[in-house]
Design a protein around this ligand. Structure first.
Ligand code: HEM
Length: 215
């Protein structure tokens, strides 16, 4: 039988391509959008990470989700610095979640509160993605909008405490493979991972509608 890490990776591959090639992401990576679109996207991420990371306290001791809770992953402080840079010191006052973002964050919170396996699915979808494709987004953002390399505006993509992302990802996959749940629960987690990708794609769709290239 395939390892759980390859199972979850393979199962979400198709949706990964969909997210990666969404109109909003393509336009963002293609340098065709203004910094306002990037800021709006960063604001949406704040709601998602707020949901993911406000749960870490009570999940740290959980036998299934606990091993994934690692302080070097936490993104909220970096996101807040980016938002202060992008929107100014009053960034909190103007912060609003799109309905799709609200739905995504609500689902993360629901899993965090009642289903540790589901939380792992959301954790994997975000953090492993940020450690991978996130680096491509950072590079494009620096070039398109002139942020300092790994500086304010793109700190979300910089994992200061992870010296070797490739090694970290290997370790993360080992944690996935060591997850202490039966095959049925593994299937459920894979299903939640697909849902997590769909929730991300829905946010991209909404952002694409807010920032169309042709008015
Ligand atoms: C333009 C956007 C994106 C690009 C260019 C991109 C690129 C990549 C690349 C190159 C990898 C492979 C890393 C490796 O093999 O170690 C990867 C992995 C991953 N990406 Fe993305 N990605 C993007 C968007 C997303 C989004 C929106 C999500 C979900 C929210 C996501 C989630 C993931 C996950 C979970 C992995 C880890 C797969 C695994 O090894 O288990 N990515 N991405």
């Amino acid at each position: 039988m395939d390892s759980f890490s390859s199972l979850i990776r393979t199962a979400s591959h198709e949706q990964h391509v969909e997210a990666e090639t969404s109109t909003f992401m393509s336009d963002l990576l293609g340098g065709r959008l203004g910094v306002d679109a990037y800021a709006r996207y960063t604001e949406q991420l704040w709601f998602v990470y707020e949901a993911l990371e406000s749960a870490t306290g009570h999940l740290a001791g959980d036998p299934v989700a606990g091993p994934f809770v690692q302080p070097e992953l936490l993104r909220l402080p970096a996101l807040e610095r980016d938002l202060a840079h992008l929107r100014g010191p009053d960034w909190r006052a103007g912060l609003t979640a799109l309905p799709a973002t609200r739905a995504y964050a609500d689902r993360v919170r629901e899993c965090a509160e009642g289903w540790p396996g589901g939380y792992v699915a959301h954790h994997y979808t975000r953090y492993l993605g940020d450690l991978s494709g996130g680096q491509i987004i950072r590079d494009r953002a620096e070039k398109t909008w002139g942020f300092a390399r790994k500086g304010d505006g793109v700190r979300f993509y910089v994992f200061e405490e992870i010296g070797n992302p490739a090694a970290f990802k290997r370790g993360y996959r080992e944690l996935l493979d060591a997850i202490g749940v039966d095959e049925l629960e593994q299937q459920r987690i894979v299903g939640e991972c697909k849902r997590a990708f769909a929730l991300n794609t829905a946010v991209f769709r909404a952002l694409g509608e807010e920032f169309p290239l042709t008015a």
